[in-house]
Design a protein around this ligand. Structure first.
Ligand code: ADP
Length: 278
């Protein structure tokens, strides 16, 4: 080796380490819920890594621990066994670098659309002009520019979810965590929002952890689909979905992958143990 090769290696090494490190690393996560009446092992040594720029969907039957896992990743639930790190640091609570979007939009009814999206930026003391530019950009991204003065009660369910997405993205999180965000919407709106989320994620290179019980949705959105089994919640299989984007529900390849995921779900339900350990 020549003398000049060594410094180059030294410079390259940290960068390579950074690239290889998953953004979110959940390792051997177990979670038990104890109440007076029952003791539920909701997650049993679940491990899952999410890399930067990846969309990972978690799919599984109701009660398999999807939300519990997302809550741990989001820092909403900090009582668990195992290791959860984000960008290499232990997750000890919620953080602005991880934005969470729920099924029920948590918007402020007394503020209009613009003010809702602007809210987090005001909290961070972002200057007014900059706030306006960011809000304009986010509203355009989710096709809500025309509705910026509307109040929340004037919006449809799909529009409320768009506002929620714009508000989450406005603060430039490093990761979006979405828990069944489209589950309460009608089929057409759901299809539209799946397309929009794909386009937003591609344009921003966003990293997304997305919980759903809808197999087709998981295949449309996910670069990888994590199939969970229940009783207790475990990772049964992780399936890569290397299909071109945008994907729609009518794509034959989407239907083919959905069939694979469904078969895995069936297999996983056959191997589940009784749901509650008393
Ligand atoms: P999923 O999101 O896949 O439907 P959850 O993560 O909500 O599943 O729940 C996993 C298991 O943990 C279920 O058996 C559920 O009843 C139980 N569980 C979830 N939250 C609580 C809680 N706060 N107290 C007691 N049990 C809970």
């Amino acid at each position: 080796m020549t003398g000049s090769a060594e410094p180059q290696l030294e410079i390259a090494a940290p960068a390579l380490r950074g690239a290889a490190m998953p953004l979110l690393a959940l390792t051997d996560i177990s979670k038990r819920f104890r109440t007076d009446r029952q003791d539920t092992l909701a997650l049993d040594r679940v491990s899952l890594d999410v890399r930067r720029g990846e969309v990972v969907c978690i799919v599984g039957p109701s009660g398999c621990g999807k939300s519990t896992l997302l809550n741990i990743a989001a820092g909403i639930d900090t009582q668990f066994d195992g290791t959860a790190t984000f960008e290499g640091d232990p997750i000890t609570g919620m953080g602005s670098e991880r934005a969470v979007v729920f099924q029920e939009p948590a918007l402020f009814p007394w503020l209009n659309v613009r003010a809702n999206v602007e809210f987090g930026l005001k909290l961070r003391h972002v200057p007014k002009e900059q706030r306006k530019a960011i809000v304009d950009q986010q509203l355009a991204l989710v096709n809500l520019t025309r509705f910026d003065r509307a109040y929340i009660h004037e919006l449809s369910g799909g529009m409320k979810q768009r506002v929620q997405l714009a508000r989450a993205l406005a603060v430039e999180p490093h990761m979006l965590m979405m828990d069944e965000p489209f589950a309460a919407l009608d089929a057409q709106t759901r299809d539209d929002l799946q397309l929009e989320l794909q386009s937003v994620a591609q344009r921003l290179g966003a990293t997304v952890l997305f919980v759903t019980h809808n197999v087709r949705e998981a295949v449309i959105l996910g670069d990888r689909v994590v199939v969970m089994s229940r009783g207790p919640g475990r990772v049964h299989r992780v399936i890569d979905v290397p299909l071109e984007r945008p994907r729609t529900p009518d794509d034959h390849a989407v239907a083919d992958y959905a069939a694979i995921v469904r078969a895995e779900l069936q297999e996983s339900s056959a191997e589940g143990e009784p749901r509650y350990a008393i």
